[in-house]
Design a protein. Sequence first.
Length: 122
Amino acid sequence: MFIEVSVMRKKIRVVIRLMLVVLVIFIIAGYALPVSFDASTCATGYKKWLIDTNQNQFNALLQEKYPDFHADFSSAVDKIFWDYHTVFIPVSIIRDDDKIDLVITGRRYWFDKYIWSIGKQE
């Protein structure tokens, strides 16, 4: 009976270790996968989805640095591009006759999750 309990404990340890390894692999993969992995699941609608789901964050960033300016994100959809972990969204903001070209940059850190920042377009 002691041998059966010992064997069962070893099996449980093996299963727990295997589950931990799978969990670590999942976490590493979620962080390491490129933006194109997320985009591949949406076919051609990923650019529009990015704008639609993150527009409140974009507006908050713009209001923080450029109050009283207005951005038209619908025209930015066709200009979006990405490079491995980073998404670039060129956008023009307008106030009266003043126009500034900006780039909203998103760093992917998880599946469809980004840390957004804003900078001037060069």
